[in-house]
Design a protein around this ligand. Structure first.
Ligand code: NAP
Length: 292
């Protein structure tokens, strides 16, 4: 069994990006600038955004954090998005999800300039991805592709089962694994909460990508020998023995599934750090596009 070490690979990617940024600086060029908008005080969202800002510092990007109150209206948020769309200093930006209930998420995603949409959530970018065109691939699926690529995990002709069909992970992942190319060329089954006999389906999978957010959902008896297991799930489970009062748990019963798997991602230290690295990669791409 081989651990797909997202922490290590993400550090490699950050080193590569930092080297690119250094070249830009040496040539006197403007370095990439990522902005993040966060609305409200959700603890997990603040942690994620904080990690993104820190990652920018690590690779030498400029970063801007825009914090808006929990009572922000649709109009106020759309105005701020317009401002970032028009700001030539900003190469790419993200709007941290989830948003408070008074805000229409679809309107917000549509308002982001597709050329600055480094999350890859705008329908234009999602459509380009589905049509095999060059675009921003959503960071989590992009990170999974990169892990499979760097470990040389064969995907051609394999049966990939994706659990979860969210717009940010499961759905794009199912499209990407079925694309022509590497990683890709898989035969994909996309499962969700209405899927019947899920054990029968997962136990036929060569590759399982689990993105549902239910701790320890995927048990050893749902997995065939030598399967590749990608665990996207991140759930905070209360744990008084931890300094923060919780621990992070994935979707996979790691202790038992790892005995059958050929490759497996740990939680934490698997897909999570890759997501941030690929957001940086998309921002670098946005910077390079603006220079054309
Ligand atoms: P989401 O929007 O809540 O979607 C969950 C999906 O799982 C839905 O499609 C749902 O089906 C499906 N599902 C729920 N229960 C199921 C069951 N019993 N059997 C089969 N499918 C089931 O979640 P998300 O945003 O994709 O996130 C999923 C998990 O990944 C969460 O733990 C999240 O924190 C984590 N995550 C991690 C990263 C990272 O960087 N590692 C990034 C993003 C998300 P329906 O469509 O039928 O409701």
């Amino acid at each position: 069994m081989i651990i797909l070490d997202g922490k290590k690979i993400s550090n490699d990617i950050k080193d590569e990006i930092a080297a690119e940024v250094k070249k830009m600086k040496d040539k006197g060029e403007k370095v990439p600038h990522l902005a993040a908008i966060i609305v409200g005080n959700d603890g997990a969202s603040l942690t994620y955004v904080g990690s993104k800002v820190k990652a920018c510092e690590r690779v030498g990007f400029e970063s801007t954090l825009v914090q808006m109150s929990n009572t922000t209206s649709d109009v106020e948020l759309l105005d701020k998005i317009q401002e970032l769309n028009e700001d030539p200093e900003i190469d790419g930006f993200i709007v941290q999800l989830p948003l408070p209930p008074q805000i229409n998420e679809q309107k917000v995603l549509l308002a982001v300039d597709p050329n600055k949409d480094v999350d890859g959530f705008h329908p234009t970018n999602f459509g380009k991805m589905a049509l095999d065109m060059s675009t921003f691939i959503p960071a989590t699926p992009f990170g999974i592709l990169e892990l499979l690529d760097r470990y040389g995990v064969e995907t051609k002709g394999k049966h990939t089962v994706v659990i979860g069909r969210s717009h940010i992970v499961g759905r794009p992942m199912s499209i990407l694994m079925g694309r022509k190319g590497f990683p890709g060329n898989s035969t994909v089954t996309l499962t969700h909460s209405h899927t019947k006999n899920i054990t029968q389906i997962t136990s036929q999978a060569d590759i399982i990508i689990s993105a549902l957010g239910v701790p320890d959902f995927l048990k050893a008896e749902m997995v065939k020998d030598d399967a590749v297991i990608i665990d996207v799930g991140i759930t905070r489970v209360p744990d008084e023995t931890k300094p923060r009062g919780y621990r992070i748990v994935g979707d996979v019963d790691f202790a038992n599934v790892c005995k059958k798997a050929s490759y497996i991602t740990p939680v934490p230290g698997g897909v999570g750090p890759m997501t941030i690295a690929m957001l940086l990669k998309n921002t670098l791409l946005a910077r390079e596009r603006h220079m054309l």
